[in-house]
Design a protein around this ligand. Structure first.
Ligand SMILES: Cc1cc2nc3c(=O)[nH]c(=O)nc-3n(C[C@H](O)[C@H](O)[C@H](O)COP(=O)(O)O)c2cc1C
Length: 186
């Protein structure tokens, strides 16, 4: 194996974190995370994204609650009920920072570009001593017009992925990766 440099270590040690300390993230760190998102490669350099950064505790709680209420009885998500046994917020995990990544509806590469930005941001946060988790579940906000307005989503953009960040209060296990998904042609 090659020597592990810092970048490879960061990639391999990132985990989805679902328990956070009740501690805000420093502004400089948030700005660094955002800058790393902006540095992602993107098709034709059209940068078809917008980042909505939320640190307001009440708004984070309200948004999580809205999603939670929508999905709580959905049999597709039994883990939401399960997590509510130990957590107050089973959607954003009471994280102090939520970033909604929106993609330009007219750009066919939006999903890919925004996903690349998302991974940059999660890796940057890991390198800064923070945990993160992508929250696909937040897509259930889609029809919550009042909240979407409150969050300032541009109507020409759609929510691609939501990320939460914070100081981790757990050490999640490594989730094993499939080994039989690589084919070499030499
Ligand atoms: C598109 C996407 C959506 C996800 N949505 C959620 C979610 O709503 N809630 C959650 O707790 N984790 C969510 N995750 C995290 C995955 O469960 C996690 O990445 C996966 O189990 C692998 O674990 P790891 O990130 O610790 O390696 C999502 C991940 C991705 C990529």
């Amino acid at each position: 194996m090659t020597a592990m440099n810092e970048t490879i270590k960061t990639i391999k040690e990132r985990r989805s974190v679902r328990t956070y300390k009740d501690k805000p993230i420093e502004k400089e760190k948030i700005n660094e995370i955002l800058e790393c998102g902006l540095m992602a490669p993107n098709a034709r350099h059209l940068q078809p994204w917008k980042f909505i950064v939320v640190t307001n505790k009440d708004l984070i709680r309200e948004t999580a609650k809205r999603v939670q209420d929508k999905v709580i009885d959905n049999p597709r998500y039994p883990f939401v009920k399960e997590r509510l046994k130990t957590k107050e917020d089973a959607i954003f995990y009471s994280a102090p920072l939520v970033i909604f990544i929106l993609g330009d509806k007219e750009n066919k590469w939006s999903k890919i570009d925004c996903s690349l930005a998302a991974e940059n941001m999660m890796l940057a946060s890991k390198s800064l001593g923070l945990g993160s988790c992508p929250i696909g579940m937040a897509r259930h906000l889609k029809d919550e017009k009042d909240l979407i307005e409150k969050l300032g989503f541009d109507e020409n953009y759609e929510l691609i992925i939501t990320l939460v960040f914070g100081y981790s209060d757990e050490e999640p296990e490594l989730k094993e990766r499939k080994k039989d998904v690589v084919e070499w042609i030499e």
